[in-house]
Design a binder for this molecule. Structure first.
Ligand code: BGC
Length: 465
């Protein structure tokens, strides 16, 4: 049995909390994944022109930008748990409203509100899980969030497929998202507050109670003392401090990861796989079926990442994974550049699978994981919110302009462009991104210089071992 699985099995309560919180990831994946299929029917039923269609897709991304920011603030203020609960409620209401929309305008409005919930949950789920989880299994466990995102995308593809011939099928596709929303709300009523948030609020005894359920008895006091020390060292700080000299290097790492994660074009693959496959000469139905293999590969390789992140480390997987996806992009670009559609259409599918598998072991989980690890305690919620905001904004730009980019520079150059951005990303990772495996959040804070006590710039320390 692998190290991660063995260690994780010793912490059933942490696993339960993490899986319940990761339902937020399921909502994220489902709602971003469901729209590409649903849109085919919506445009007929609601008579949506191309501008309305773009906004039906991108409205969620725009809402998520605002939701991420609000979620980070709320998480520090009313707790991670209540923020997730409120996101779940908004989510249920907005999913049902999307299914009932009578005009494109109403649908766009519902998608923007849905985006608020998706954005908030996307910033808070990794934060909440990381603050509960012991260092040895934190990489894999925080990545349940990413696993749920990929499962949500896959379920969305399958629901789209299953409901394709049902009357008003698109309404069901959108409204069904309310189901995991209800489960998220109920789950948040039974999980505990994060012990680190409790300490930040001076609620030491409650924090001890939570840690007593997730740690060995002899570990509880040492961990409480460690958290108390960093909380005491940190003054209460505002948003502005995030960009002060001391934290700037950490923000550059977080925002850099956020932007690169989207700039390599992952969501052009997630949202447009069927479209890309039809470029290879496949009929629409076959393309949709092959796109499901992309969804399955994404899930399977995320499981591989969960097992490896705490053994091999985040940095190695990040770099190796991004090299792999660059090869996938170069292969796609070559495929279109040399016009292999006729002789070897299967090469495009191989390239897409290589691409998504490599993303799933590296950039996919590592971005969300790292931003939950590198920031100091009292700013963690807000810092993650800013990185998450950049991720959604970059997602918006890349997804919104993908088809226009293809029209302007052609398929081959579009994929070469993503490959070039991926290479820039690799250089950035090698130079800037530290290894955080196996260290407690307080150790990371100390070593990266995020702690209020040291006063040295965070970039002064780089640990790669
Ligand atoms: C990204 C999403 C993407 C998904 C694909 C996530 O980590 O943030 O934008 O759709 O991975 O698996």
């Amino acid at each position: 049995m692998s190290g991660y699985v063995r260690e994780a099995a010793r912490n059933p309560f942490v696993l339960k909390i993490s899986m319940l919180a990761a339902l937020g990831g399921l909502l994220f994946g489902y709602d971003t994944g469901v729209i590409s299929g649903a849109l085919l029917y919506i445009k007929k039923d609601l008579d949506a022109g191309s501008l309305a269609q773009s906004w039906i897709v991108a409205g969620l991304l725009a809402g998520a930008v605002a939701g991420a920011l609000a979620g980070g603030r709320l998480a520090d203020w009313i707790s991670r748990r209540w923020t997730l609960l409120i996101s779940g409620v908004i989510y249920v209401v907005a999913a049902i409203a999307s299914g009932l929309a009578q005009t494109s305008g109403q649908l766009v409005a519902a998608r923007v509100v849905l985006g608020l919930a998706v954005g908030a949950a996307s910033a808070v789920v990794p934060l909440y899980i990381a603050e509960h989880t012991p260092p040895k299994i934190r990489g894999g466990t925080v990545s349940y969030n990413q696993l749920m995102i990929t499962i949500g995308i896959l379920v969305a593809y399958l629901v789209n497929f299953a409901l394709r011939n049902v009357a008003d099928g698109w309404r069901w596709m959108l409204a069904l998202g309310a189901v995991p929303g209800v489960v998220l709300v109920l789950s948040m009523l039974v999980v505990p507050y994060s012990p680190r948030w409790l300490m930040q609020r001076g609620r030491r005894e409650e924090a001890r109670g939570v840690l007593a359920r997730t740690r060995r008895a002899d570990e509880v006091d040492a961990e409480l003392d460690g958290i108390e020390t960093v909380v005491r060292q940190e003054r209460r700080r505002g948003f502005r401090e995030l960009f002060g000299t001391r934290l700037r290097p950490l923000m550059i790492i977080g925002i850099g990861l956020a932007v690169v994660q989207q700039a390599v074009g992952v969501n052009t693959v997630v949202y447009f796989s069927p479209t890309i496959l039809t470029y290879t000469g496949l009929k629409a139905n076959d393309a949709i079926a092959q796109a499901v293999t992309v969804g399955i590969t994404n899930v399977v390789f995320t499981v591989v990442a969960i097992v490896l992140l705490d053994r091999i480390g985040r940095r190695t997987l990040l770099i190796v994974g991004t090299v792999g996806l660059t090869i996938g992009l170069a292969l796609l670009a070559t495929f279109f550049g040399l016009g292999w559609q006729g002789e070897a259409p299967w090469v495009a599918l191989v390239a897409l699978l290589l691409y998504i598998a490599s993303f799933a072991v590296g950039l996919g989980p590592v971005f969300w994981l790292m931003i939950s690890e590198i920031f100091p305690q009292t700013l963690r919620g807000r810092a993650m919110a800013v990185c998450t905001l950049f991720n959604w904004a970059a997602n918006f730009v890349v997804s919104y302009y993908f088809l226009q980019l293809i029209d302007a520079i052609g398929r081959a150059w579009t994929f070469w462009l993503y490959a070039g951005l991926a290479v820039a990303g690799i250089v950035f990772f090698v130079v800037r991104v530290p290894e955080t495996r196996g260290r407690s959040l307080e150790q990371i804070e100390h070593e990266l210089g995020g702690s209020g006590a040291s006063g040295r710039p965070a970039g002064a320390v780089q640990f790669h071992s």
